[in-house]
Design a protein around this ligand. Structure first.
Ligand code: KMT
Ligand code: NI
Length: 178
């Protein structure tokens, strides 16, 4: 895992976009983003059990497995969105970037590779992309049935209770007074 401020420069989403300003794991924790390096699947099983996660699947994002749908998929993962549940991903192979919004709404880029596990809290705005290797295999963990509704960022969504609750957990004023 390596985290840094996104450079906001034009160019393909799969490029590193590394501003060379690092972001620490403890800063990520202030956003509610939890990272673990877990070389043993038994540790993932334990984490899943502790958090009440009963189900999982595996997705391979690559031109080989996705064919013509690949480029469209890669672009759709990169639309800024949130979920009403937390998102857990455990990387099995390849590499990718999860971008999350920092305290001041700037992008933080988190590079993940094999044995990296990330937990994104409900309500955090984020997006995902493969890197220039065009290949990642990831385990997706679910509490119940697979439920992946991405809610795209909008002013209306800023009022969503999960979004408001998330901002409240950061200790910021969630909704401006009218
Ligand atoms: C997500 O949440 O954007 C995905 O599931 C992308 C593939 S998992 C690395
Ligand atoms: Ni997501």
């Amino acid at each position: 895992m390596k985290a840094y401020w996104y450079d906001n420069k034009p160019g393909d989403q799969r490029l590193p976009h590394d501003s060379t300003r690092p972001v620490t794991e403890s800063y990520l924790a202030t956003l509610g983003v939890i990272y673990h390096h877990l070389p043993s699947l038994a540790d993932v099983d334990a984490l899943a059990a502790a958090r009440g996660y009963k189900n999982r699947d595996e997705i391979t994002v690559s031109p080989t497995t996705m064919g013509d749908a690949y480029e469209t998929k890669v672009k759709s993962f990169f639309h800024e969105h949130l979920h009403e549940d937390e998102e857990i991903r455990y990387i099995r192979d390849g590499r990718g970037y999860f971008d999350v919004r920092g305290q001041e709404d700037e992008w933080v880029r988190i590079q993940l590779e094999k044995d990296d596990l990330i937990i994104l809290p409900a309500g955090i705005y984020h997006r995902f992309t493969v890197d220039e290797g065009d290949y990642i295999k990831a385990m997706r963990l679910f509490q119940e049935e697979p439920k992946w509704t991405p809610l795209n960022r909008s002013e209306e969504l800023d009022e969503n209770p999960h979004r408001v609750g998330y901002l409240g957990s950061l200790g910021k004023a969630a909704v401006a007074a009218v």
